[in-house]
Design a protein around this ligand. Structure first.
Ligand code: CA
Length: 234
């Protein structure tokens, strides 16, 4: 099966949700790892080398935000989809701020969840396919190598999450071109229907903190007020 090489780690304390996720993911051909509390989830995320993590927020022992933040601080770039409760609106944005790639609200449609799992796992392969020559993109002190997904500044590695990388790549390959938030949502997140444009702003902010000398006065990723964002022309 097409997904048979891919492993999804499910970190969720509600046994019934774990079972239904496991059943559906396995039917799609994924291998599934499970953890029923936060500490076990973090441990398995480190040792199990999953291709994607489905991460509940409210968990015993350690919550999903802390797990996500810890993994990103350790340099992990594994795609993470947070599972948030619908009534906890601010949680969506907070999840992105601590480095999640995506979120899905409970109760979720299984079809939508599976589509997002697939899109988040495939994104890297797609990114490479779009630029098979692997031309290294350079601007000032910054370099992005699509063949290895490596981003460096003054030769030092910059650790980016998948969405941060995809966003930077999208902007950097067409310097000067202004992208609307909707453009970036479609290009980077792959969902026309996934309409919260703050997702783009939060990811731009995180990216600026990692690549700009002064994130308050960006020199690489610039804002076109009322329109969107663009990469500085050389
Ligand atoms: Ca829970």
């Amino acid at each position: 099966m097409e997904n048979s090489e891919k492993t999804v780690l499910v970190v969720e304390d509600e046994r019934a949700i774990v079972e239904i996720l496991k059943f559906n993911l396995k039917r799609e051909g994924y291998a599934v790892q499970e953890a029923l509390d936060g500490e076990a989830g973090l441990e398995l995320a480190r040792s199990g080398d999953p291709d994607l993590i489905l991460l509940d927020v409210m968990l015993p022992k350690m919550n999903g935000f802390d797990i996500c933040k810890t993994l990103r601080e350790e340099g992990s770039v594994t795609p993470i989809i947070m599972l948030t409760a619908r009534e906890e609106e601010p949680d969506k944005i907070f999840g992105l701020e601590v480095g999640a790639d995506d979120y899905i609200t409970k109760p979720f449609s299984m079809r939508e969840l599976l589509a997002r799992v697939k899109a988040n796992i495939r994104r890297r392969a797609l990114t490479y396919a779009e630029n098979p020559a692997g031309r290294v993109l350079r601007a000032g002190a910054l370099a992005l190598d699509p063949a290895t997904f490596a981003v460096t500044k003054n030769g030092a590695a910059v650790e980016l999450t998948q969405k941060e990388y995809d966003l930077l790549h999208s902007l950097m390959r067409e310097p000067g071109k202004v992208f609307t938030r909707e453009d970036l949502m479609t290009k980077v997140w792959n969902y026309d229907y996934f309409g919260d444009m703050r997702t783009v702003d939060v990811t731009v902010r995180r990216l600026r903190e990692k690549i700009e000398d002064d994130p308050g006065k960006p020199a690489y990723i610039l804002t076109r007020r009322g329109v969107g964002y663009y990469f500085a022309e050389g």
